[in-house]
Every structure is written in C-alpha cells, then in structure tokens.
Design a protein around this ligand. Sequence first.
Ligand code: UT7
Length: 333
Amino acid sequence: MDNKKKPGLPKMVGIGASVPDKVLTNKDLEELVDTSDEWITSRTGIKRRHVLREGEDPSSLGVTASEEAIETSQIDKDEIDLVITATNVSDMPIPGSSPFIVRDLGLSRDIPFFDLKAGCSGFLYGIDVASNLILGNGYENILVIGLEALSRVLDWEDRSTCVLFGDGAGAALVSSDGGGRTILASTMYGDPTRPELINLKGGGTRYPPAEGDPDDRRYFIDMEGKGVFKSAVNMMKKSSEEVIGRADLKLSDVDLIVPHQANIRIIRQLAKSLGVGMSKVAVNLEEYANISTATIPLALREVIDNDGIRSGDLVLMTAFGAGAAYGAVLVEW
Ligand code: UT7
C-alpha cells in the first residue's frame, strides 16, 4: 500500500441495504410460542421481522447491499481494496462470509477480505477499522458490510429470544476521497468483564459440533436481556459523548442519531440520557426487529431514501451488543 499519499478524513461515499422479502409478524409468532403482539410491541417496539426462506443464501443479502453501496458511491467495484464483513454468525465457520461475498461481487483482482466479529457493534467497528486503515495505511476504498441471518440460529421455542431478531444486510463504502459525508470521529470499545452476556455457545472449539445434539440449546442465541438493556444505554451514551468530544462538537450540534435498533425502550432511554429529542432519532425496528450488524446501515439507507439528511448535517451512530462490544461513529453529511 502506498503510504506516501496523505489523505484527508475518510468519507462514507455509498450506502446500501437488503432484507429478505419474507415477513414474520408478531401475530405469526403467537402461533409458535407463548407470546402476544401486545407483549412484543410494548416491551420492544417490534411488529415485524424479515427472515430468509429455507435454502436462501445468507451472503446473497450482503452481495445485494454491497452492490447498492458501490452503485451509490459511483466507485468502480475493482477500485475496492479491502472488504470487511461484520457478522455474528458467518455463512460457514470456515471460511466465514467474506470469501462468498467477494466471489459473488465478481471482483476481478485479488484483494484482502476478512470477517469481523464484534456483536451488534460490528458494523461500527468495521467503519472505525476502515477509517484508520485509510488514514494510516494508504487504503483508498474499503467496503464494510453488516450481514446477519439470525433466524437460522434462533431457538424458535424460546420466546425470550425468537421474537427479537431478524435477517438482513447493510453496507457502506468508506473512501479516502469523495464529496461530503466525512467521518469526523469513530471509536470502538469493549467491557472486558462480561464475554457471555449474549452468546451462542455451540459449534465453536469450546463446544465442538460433533459433541452435541443439534437441538441442544447451546446451538442457539441466548442472552441476559436485562443486563444487555442496562449496559446498552450506558455504553452507547459513553461512546457517543466520546466521538462528539473528539470532534470538538456538542450534542446539541447533532442533527440525527442512528442508534442500533434492538429495543425502542433502549433507544428512548439513550435519547433521554443524551438530552436529544426522539424527532432526531432514526427508528425502524418496528419493521425489521434487531438485525444486529445490519441495523445501522439499513436505518441510514432508509433515512437517505426519505430525504431525511441534508448536506452539512451531523449524523451520530452508536451500538452495543455481544461481547459487550460498543462504539460510535460521527459523520458530517
Ligand atoms: O442487540 C443487542 C442484543 N439484545 C438486546 O439489546 C436486548 C436487550 N434487552 C431487552 O430488549 C429486554 O430486556 C427484553 C425485550 C429482552 C426483555 O424485556 P424485559 O422488560 O427486560 O422483560 P423480562 O426479561 O424481565 O421478562 C418479563 C417477563 C418474564 O415473565 P415473568 O418471569 O415476569 O413471569 C418473561 O418470561 O416477560 C416474559 N417474557 C415474555 N412474555 C411474552 C419474555 N419474553 C416474552 C415474550 N412474550 N416474547
């Protein structure tokens, strides 16, 4: 990589997203587990979620989101010099998801690519890694993808988790050049004391697949909901304040917050603790539920489609999730 070039701050030049067309409503879930539309709506704000059909390819969502990000960036796909796929559960434990996405994007030259695991904060971790590689290592165009097929690893008999998640992908192209959408500051952190707050234990090297019955609950997502709730508000607030401070700005300067979409009550508490009105907060979890790494790019894409961001607007993104990993990104549009 050419380190001689002295780039300015990195830009988020293209955004894309994709969700499966199959929808599961809260009413549909009432048929599966002992739950109700009323409970799910009042406790989480979720009404529907999009899920892959049997046999549908998870990484195809990442490919479609990436193609849209590339198209809206007006950068040729062969100018991409790194692909980072943030995902909690890859297409395959080996080789992950990135190799499939890169193959299906039809890139014509060899470039590096890797999967990144940082829970629901993976997309923002990816933006931070990409920004730093552009600033310090001469990379020019990095594709950051958030991809999840969580419906495939949910216990559809466990009402405490299966109502919360959905499938989808989002992508952003981060570039050394391009007009507007400047990444002013980004940060990533993790609380080192609670690795199992949200977990899927089976299938890794600690609980190898050959050891267990595939119906074993260790093969599904499990979490400590209340613990996640409390930390999510505190850690998203902390990382938001940090990026605002680093950019020498104030929270009152922020025009739009795009938080991770896990629970409307978490989002409201975050907004309240930051002293920002809900009119400045993007919310779309009613339609998609929690798609982990894909929630932020998907919500951002929707706001852009609705002409909800003007040139010069300050957009703050923040997330918290598995591994107790959290982070924030501040972009000037
Ligand atoms: O992206 C990061 C990943 N996850 C999150 O951010 C999730 C963070 N946590 C949350 O969003 C909330 O903690 C939940 C939505 C998961 C749970 O809400 P809560 O208000 O903390 O409820 P709870 O866990 O205290 O459960 C209250 C009751 C329990 O019944 P009992 O023990 O009081 O009789 C649960 O069994 O609600 C019951 N319950 C349900 N009832 C109907 C749990 N899930 C359901 C359900 N339908 N789906």
